[in-house]
Design a protein around this ligand. Structure first.
Ligand SMILES: *[C@@H]1O[C@H](CO)[C@@H](O)[C@H](O)[C@H]1NC(C)=O
Ligand SMILES: *[C@@H]1O[C@H](CO)[C@@H](O)[C@H](O)[C@H]1NC(C)=O
Ligand SMILES: *[C@@H]1O[C@H](CO)[C@@H](O)[C@H](O)[C@H]1NC(C)=O
Ligand SMILES: [Ca+2]
Ligand SMILES: [Ca+2]
Ligand SMILES: [Ca+2]
Length: 496
């Protein structure tokens, strides 16, 4: 903003930019953002980009330049949502700018952001200091994204083929069906198509997290764990948060779309926007997952879909799917546990400084509204390594995902006097053929071993003790521990 007292003076003599070139093709190429449909500069954090400024006259001695970046409704240096950085000095903010040689009225500037910068849409401002006068000129807006190509970024992924697949591929395969017959379904993510980037940024601003405290919410958007959790709450319309999709699992869909008819995320996200951010009807797990994958890839977080067959939904969280029958074998409608033929979630790739380096790598984010977590329908990120090692008390929702892939299935007979007896326990049926699409091809890769040790190991008494979630032993009721370890008697003839 121009100081009022100096405007006349400014018009004729103050150094002022008359035109800016964002160098779109140069920057988009080096930042792997050339496929986004939006026209404003879109770059990734932790990497330099170049802009060109044309000035009304050459710079004179005694004049100095600085840039200012601002994001969110209340930018502040303490929240790292504002940075002021003079040329050629890397300040505490981690932002910096270097000036190139001037030539016929224009100058190139190379601007670098820190690898942990908040992502989203920034204002860029030029600050000119001349003697004791400072004035600012708004240059325009640019979008900053996560950067899997940058080793300092939490979402860094070392392998170029994996980055091409998990960040840049707009087409995917979702594995559905059941454990005996796995089918592949095509899915169009379309993360670079018209409006999608803006829709994803709007999604962040509609979340309950933002509405509660916009300044704090924006300040946390440099953290992929946080962004992933917010997005997982926003893919479902539960909790009245204007989320993208409402789920429906039975009955008729009336005039709304049958979840099996969708074949991509782009149409759903565009419909959500056209309907003024009213949840789109209807989704089921693979639709929730597909849309989430689009949003996360669009924001630059490497993400893939994972299908789990015979997926458990353990409502009371005691690691057991309990089904009840009367003495004649009729199924009784008690207990809320259930098993899905398959369930689909996302894995995103980032580090877990909050848990320790051994939990870095793939993280489960599940956007299907199954259970509330800390008051909202959201799930994850849960470290896949933590799930395999049984570190079920770690953030976020690790116990829930552990049971999805490794609960036991117990059947009970309930007698007339109300007493019940367990007649069947299957420790292997839950969590089979955990699948994802291969990098570079449409084939299925079985990643069950990422989530669990071979079932035989769990079933062997001694190996069972060794592998049993150590942390869980501390919090698990004593009787349940023995129940799970000692009583792995199968009554296979009862399998229907
Ligand atoms: C400014 O940058 C553009 C794009 O990289 C380049 O073509 C041009 O030569 C640069 N000009 C100067 C004076 O460095
Ligand atoms: C994947 O994550 C996104 C974002 O949280 C979510 O919308 C989507 O539903 C998830 N997909 C699955 C299968 O859980
Ligand atoms: C799990 O909890 C339910 C409900 O509290 C209970 O009926 C069931 O017996 C428990 N399962 C096991 C294996 O203890
Ligand atoms: Ca929601
Ligand atoms: Ca249970
Ligand atoms: Ca098991």
């Amino acid at each position: 903003m121009l100081a009022a007292s100096s405007w006349l003076f400014f018009c004729f003599t103050d150094l002022t930019p008359t035109h800016i070139s964002w160098q779109p093709s140069l920057n988009a190429g080096t930042h792997h953002t050339d496929r986004y449909a939006n026209t404003e500069l879109t770059v990734r954090r932790g990497q330099a980009f170049t802009i060109t400024l044309y000035f009304n006259r050459p710079q004179q001695a005694g004049e100095s330049l600085a840039f200012v970046t601002e994001i969110g409704p209340a930018p502040s240096e303490s929240h790292r949502t504002k940075a002021v950085f003079p040329l050629s000095q890397r300040g505490p903010s981690g932002w910096s700018a270097v000036q190139g040689p001037s030539e016929s009225g224009y100058t190139n500037f190379t601007i670098s952001s820190p690898a942990n910068a908040v992502i989203g849409r920034y204002n860029l401002i030029l600050q000119v200091t001349s003697g004791n006068k400072i004035f600012s000129r708004f240059l325009g807006q640019f979008v900053l994204l996560f950067n899997p190509w940058c080793p300092g970024d939490d979402v860094y992924m070392a392998n170029e083929n994996e980055r091409q697949e998990y960040v840049l591929n707009e087409n995917g395969i979702i594995f559905v069906g059941n454990a005996k017959y796995i089918e592949a379904r095509g899915w169009y993510y379309g993360q670079f198509q018209d409006h999608i980037l803006n829709i994803c940024l709007t999604m962040l601003d509609l979340s309950l997290y933002y509405r509660q405290d916009p300044a704090i919410d924006v300040s946390r958007r440099g953290d992929p764990k946080y962004v992933g959790r917010v997005i997982s709450s926003m893919i479902n319309g539960n909790d009245n948060d204007n989320g993208v999709l409402l789920g429906k699992w039975q009955g008729s869909f009336n005039s709304h779309e049958n979840p099996s008819r969708w074949d991509g995320s782009m149409v759903i996200l565009q419909k959500w926007r056209q309907d003024n951010y009213k949840p789109v009807q209807y989704g089921q797990c693979w639709v929730f997952a597909g849309v989430m994958c689009t949003v996360l890839r669009c924001l630059g977080i490497p993400t893939r879909l994972v299908s789990n067959f015979n997926s458990a939904h353990d409502v009371d969280r005691n690691l057991s799917i309990d089904k009840y029958y009367d003495s004649s074998g009729k199924s009784l409608n008690i207990g809320k546990d259930s098993t899905w033929d398959y369930h689909v979630w996302n894995e995103s790739w980032f580090v877990r400084p909050d848990l320790g380096t051994s939990y870095n790598g793939w993280q489960v984010l599940d956007a299907t509204p199954q259970e509330q977590s800390r008051g909202l329908f959201q799930c994850g990120p849960a470290s896949v390594i933590a799930i395999k090692e049984g570190d079920v008390d770690l953030d976020y929702d690790t116990l829930f995902v552990y049971t999805e892939v490794n609960a036991d299935c117990n059947r009970w007979i309930v007698y007339k006097d109300g007493s019940k007896k367990r007649v069947y326990c299957d420790t292997e049926i839950i969590g089979r053929f955990i699948s994802t699409k291969a990098v570079d091809s449409n084939s299925r890769v079985d990643i069950t071993y990422n989530y669990k040790y071979p079932e035989e190991l769990y079933n062997h008494m001694f190996a069972g003790i060794f592998l049993y979630p150590l942390k869980y032993l501390v919090t698990m009721p004593f009787h349940l521990f023995f129940f799970n370890l000692g009583l792995h008697i199968s009554y296979n003839h009862l399998i229907s």
